[in-house]
Design a protein around this ligand. Structure first.
Ligand code: HEM
Length: 829
């Protein structure tokens, strides 16, 4: 939706800046004005960046006489640092498909980490800004023969100018938060203005929060492990592949099953992770000027940070390096919303979360207006989401396919070659990554439409927008309830839950809910160790079905066709309900399906999830294991004896010391996953702390948290409490019996209940009477937009908004006074 009453993000155009900066001042005492004269036009097919005029740059070199500098950014430099439109794996795949029908695992990773448009714009701006600073730093270094930090030479004013021209400024200035029906009743799709004093807290496309400052090898942006021979605490970091091989990797048969939890417990974790965090990665396109191609290079050259694969390392494919793209930098801001990121030692490189941090079902609705616009069925009067119009599952809906085809998802090689089954489209772009994840996305699509139809029946006077927003609000609340009430206590255990989360005490506007870098890059990846290498599909009696054999994990990556052509959702869900999860065991961490066959759909390459996790932590400059223990008030572990108190497997402890030399250097993800599991939990104390703190922040810092007063009525809250994941499955599939608590592993039939006995929500709590709402009569519907109503201080009001791509003209909010609307409705153009 867009319109005048949308949060307003200030944008200063390039032209505006250039007119204010043309004359070059030469007077500021103790400062050197520098002119950056960037190149324009293109050379050799390389797009140059859009700095088309000089910018006066003041260098704070008090010991130097004043002098004038001209920095010219040559096309070759531009090509080195400039953002290239990402190689679109979908478009490329179109050609590729005609040749070989499959993509390499690395291309699948690019596809699954492919940023959507708005994220691309943020990344592009941040990369340009970082490149500008880098070029300036190098030039000044050449001239002054000493290392200079950007903060030595750039005033805030100049930084703002660079930020503006690079395109960062709009993403760093605080947006205005309007107050109307829409903004007080419903969360914005980007979650901007959830916190009215800190409007970007938790919003999509903002930096991941830092709970501890990052550790980069140059203090600014170079990952840990970037410079060969660089020592950390006197020791070099071991290669991530070596760590994987020696400590993490386990054969597919080395699975100890979890006696308490079912596989859906793990899948819910991945689904919820995709509600909270998506860290886009840089994508580069090798130029004609000799720039590195991250698909091929074995050298650390930004944005490539390849993972070395050694001879005899057991990797299935003969390759020297596994491709790795660094995560995109963010246009970072400090807590006042002032631009500071990427510019000084105090403000080193940050990474972006392109999703809303909140538990808000962004997996269903998206995190930007553009995605939301694609997912909605705007022609329906019932506020529905779009569905797949080609295929149905026993009459029930599937997710729609992505709009850019052919998509890279695998095809059934035995099927008719003309029939293609594309990747699914959902609120998060990774929905087709594994079919079990796609199944959860599908359940929620069905639930939204089911709820919306029921709400419209109860409230025929509601506009389509109202029905959509009310159903979205319920679905969001259900995500929160299932996660905080049912899932998290089992992950971190009852004691850590009480210690770090505790009972809800109301909204706290001082809490920053943004997802923390350490949470998404390390702690919440804990469950990569609990992924079962085998997927089961079961019949209505929860027995194996000869037509649906067990599959290895690598056979279900990016394969929506298996859902559609191999029995629909039900057999897969039954498999998740009745199969035990894999247990995280210190010497059985990730199975070969993940360390040797990640995203392998044919024999044209391979990836290793454990190495990606470790390398990602280093890419983001996450401090080491002991720093995080200290952050959590856990004792630092300095010696082998100390380590054994936290990690009982002595063999693992020995290998950790052999590889890292010193406990401080242990990568935090690894340290977290090898710790002894807490009682009643599925993580050790470190990750219980980080996950607990994050969940508390997501709950207490959310103005729209379902338990916050005025979000739902008492009777609505009473109904919502009855809800469960088992009810979701009952209402949206033909599964008729399942455990009441689906995260707990049960035996069929004794532990399974009939859907008839599983509590349900009574939606009458959402029924409103016509008189209550519209004493002024129904507001006029506008073309290309819609309205929602609310009542404030006994007064009826409506707020209009426009569909994505249309701009609202006129007043957005109308009030009902003396039985008449106070003005004409606006128009959407
Ligand atoms: C078959 C199941 C799964 C697969 C194939 C998978 C695969 C991946 C991949 C390829 C990445 C990106 C790695 C990188 O380049 O940094 C990733 C990230 C992540 N995964 Fe998983 N994962 C699975 C299950 C899970 C589960 C069960 C959880 C948690 C309960 C989880 C949590 C995360 C988190 C938090 C991230 C970081 C997200 C971000 O910030 O972008 N994953 N996963």
């Amino acid at each position: 939706m867009s319109g005048e009453e949308e949060p307003v993000i200030p944008v200063t155009t390039e032209e505006q800046v250039l007119t204010t900066t043309t004359p070059v001042p030469v007077t500021a005492p103790g400062k050197v004005p520098v002119i950056l004269t960037p190149s324009s036009g293109t050379e050799g097919g390389v797009e140059s960046w859009p700095l088309r005029s000089s910018i006066p740059i003041w260098a704070n070199l008090s010991t130097r006489p004043r002098e004038m500098w001209t920095l010219t950014l040559k096309p070759s430099e531009a090509s080195r640092y400039d953002y290239k439109p990402p190689r679109d794996p979908r478009a490329r795949h179109g050609q590729h498909l005609q040749r070989s029908r499959t993509m390499t695992p690395a291309q699948f990773l690019i596809f699954s980490k492919h940023p959507e448009q708005e994220t691309q714009a943020v990344s592009r701006a941040a990369e340009k800004m970082e490149a500008s600073i880098h070029v300036l730093k190098e030039k000044l270094h050449q001239k002054h023969k000493r290392s200079l930090l950007p903060s030595d030479l750039l005033s805030t004013d100049v930084l703002s100018k660079i930020a503006n021209i690079s395109g960062c400024l709009p993403y760093t200035l605080p947006p205005k938060c309007p107050t109307n029906c829409m903004t007080s009743k419903y969360r914005h799709i980007t979650s901007v203005c959830n916190n009215r004093e800190h409007p970007r807290w938790g919003a999509s496309n903002t930096p991941l929060a830092r709970w501890l400052p990052p550790v980069y090898e140059d203090g600014l942006s170079q990952p840990k492990g970037w410079n060969p021979g660089f020592l950390h605490n006197g020791f070099p970091l071991p290669s991530v592949r070596e760590v994987t091989r020696k400590i993490i990797e386990a054969s597919n048969e080395a699975v100890t099953e979890d006696e308490r939890h079912s596989d859906i417990f793990i899948v819910w974790g991945q689904y919820i992770d995709h509600d909270l965090a998506f860290t886009p990665q840089s994508t580069n396109q090798p130029s004609l000027l000799g720039e590195a191609d991250c698909q091929k290079t074995c050298e650390n050259q930004s944005p490539c940070f390849p993972i070395q694969v050694f001879a005899n390392d057991g990797f299935p494919i003969n390759m020297d390096c596994m491709p790795f793209y660094r995560s995109s930098p963010a246009c970072a801001t400090d807590h006042h919303g002032v631009l500071l990121g990427n510019l000084s030692t105090l403000n080193p490189r940050q990474q972006i979360n392109s999703l809303t941090s909140f538990l808000d079902a962004s997996t269903v609705y998206g995190s930007t207006p553009a995605i939301e616009g694609k997912l909605r069925n705007l022609t329906s009067k019932e506020g529905l989401l779009r569905i797949n119009t080609q295929y149905f599952d026993n009459g029930r809906e599937y997710l729609p396919f992505v709009d850019r085809v052919p998509s890279p998802c695998a095809q059934n090689l035995k099927a008719d070659k003309v029939e293609r089954i594309e990747c699914f489209m959902a609120g998060d772009s990774r929905s087709s990554e594994v079919i079990s994840l796609a199944a959860l996305h599908t359940l929620w699509l069905r639930e939204h439409n089911r709820l919306a139809k029921a709400l419209k029946k109860l409230n025929p006077q509601w506009s389509s927008e109202t029905v959509y927003q009310e159903a979205r609000k319920i679905v969001g609340a259900l995500h929160q309830i299932i996660t905080i009430r049912d899932y998290i206590p089992r992950v971190i255990g009852p004691d850590a839950f009480n210690q770090y989360i505790g009972p809800y005490k109301g909204y706290n506007h001082t809490v920053n809910p943004s997802v923390a870098n350490v949470f998404s890059t390390a702690a919440f990846r804990f469950a990569h160790t609990a992924i079962h290498p085998v997927i089961k599909r079961l019949n209505a009696q929860y027995q194996n079905d000869p037509n649906l054999p067990n599959l290895h994990l690598h056979e279900v990556f990016f394969t929506p066709w298996r859902l559609i052509k191999e029995g629909g959702l039900d057999p897969l869900l039954r498999g998740m309900l009745a199969t035990p999860a894999k247990l995280q065991v210190q010497d059985q961490l990730l199975n070969e399906e993940l360390t040797k066959k990640l995203f392998v759909l044919s024999n044209n390459g391979s990836l290793d999830l454990a190495s990606l996790d470790l390398q990602r932590g280093r890419d983001h400059g996450l401090p080491g294991y002991n720093e995080w223990r200290e952050f959590c008030d856990l004792p630092r572990l300095r010696t082998e004896t100390d380590l054994v108190t936290a990690i009982e497997n002595r063999n693992v402890v020995k290998k950790l010391l052999e590889l890292y030399g010193i406990p401080d250097n242990i990568d935090v993800w690894l340290g977290g996953i090898v710790e002894n599991i807490l009682p009643g939990a599925r993580t050790g104390p470190l990750f219980a702390c980080i996950i607990g703190k994050q969940m508390k922040a997501l709950r207490d810092g959310d103005r729209f948290w379902w338990e916050n007063s005025n979000v739902f009525t008492n009777s609505q809250r009473h109904e919502l409490r009855k809800y469960s994941l088992s009810r979701l499955i009952c209402d949206n599939t033909d599964v008729t019996a399942l455990p009441l608590d689906v995260f707990m592993l049960g035996k069929f039939p004794e532990d399974f209940q009939s859907c008839e006995d599983i509590p349900n929500i009574n939606l009458e709590a959402w029924q409103e009477t016509f008189q209550q709402e519209f004493t002024c009569g129904l507001p006029t519907k506008v073309e290309n937009g819609d309205f929602v109503h609310c009542s404030e201080a006994g007064k009826s009001k409506v707020t209009y908004s426009c569909y994505q791509g249309y701009k609202l003209q006129g007043e957005a909010q109308l009030s009902c006074t003396k039985k008449r609307w106070n003005m004409d409705p606006p128009v959407c153009q």
